[in-house]
Design a protein around this ligand. Sequence first.
Ligand SMILES: C[S@@+](CC[C@H](N)C(=O)[O-])C[C@H]1O[C@@H](n2cnc3c(N)ncnc32)[C@H](O)[C@@H]1O
Length: 268
Amino acid sequence: MQDFDVHERRMWGAAGVATAYLRGFGGLCAGAVPALLDQAGAAPGVRLLDVGTGPGTVAAAALGRGAVVTAVDAEPQMVKAAAERLPEVPVSLALLPELPFTEGEFDAVTANFVVNHVADPVAALTELRRVVGPGGLGAVTLWPVVGNQAMDLFGEVLEQVGVERPVFPAVPVAFERTTDGLAGLLEQAGWQQVAARLVSWTYRVDPEDWWAGPAAGVANIGLVVTTQPPEVLAELKHVYDRLAAARLDADGLLALEAVAVLAGGVRS
Ligand SMILES: C[S@@+](CC[C@H](N)C(=O)[O-])C[C@H]1O[C@@H](n2cnc3c(N)ncnc32)[C@H](O)[C@@H]1O
């Protein structure tokens, strides 16, 4: 396993991450799901594999469209969360860039905010292509580097408290986190008719739920927050509360603008 993958396992495997993820980040990621499933052609009877399913948000929505859904994730706690949420869906453990399925077993494959968590994204996308049959569709998303108020809020908190972000292991194969960058990865992985676009939505979330992720160690911001001494942690929360309060809507929720890169392709 490369350093980056070890880092990812440490991040996603920490105790309590699945529950905290569902409260905050999971809701944010859910905003991309309708467009992702359109791109993947999710419809009644379509055999769809959702990879890196987390707590099963894409799987649940695909099931709602009548697809025949299978789901996998690299973390046992995510597999458990998805399986409890969706008893009718087979959910198992699988670590990209390898999937425990035969070639062409599915009609469509999705990975919502997952391929950027794998040290070799092209190998991951090649494996996604392998498990769909000829004519099968793939759809994936990732966050662009800039443009997400949701993440910017945490960045502002760190800055105001004066906490420096450590340098975490980066994806060894550099690629642009843009439509062209993600489309290029799919093409390198052998996908045909590749198309990529930006998808945007507003994420409405209770500020306590939004803080629950960092506080429980979810994502890189969580690793930064949970490794601070208690007095710094208290200061981070204090500043977060102040900044969040200034952004609340009349209903007491944060309304955060989000944008994702969505790309899809066809297996020839
Ligand atoms: C940002 S979350 C997205 C979860 C879900 N797709 C969603 O939309 O809410 C990333 C997920 O990818 C999983 N993951 C990370 N690295 C993985 C890998 N190498 N293979 C499979 N899943 C992985 C994590 O455990 C986590 O559940």
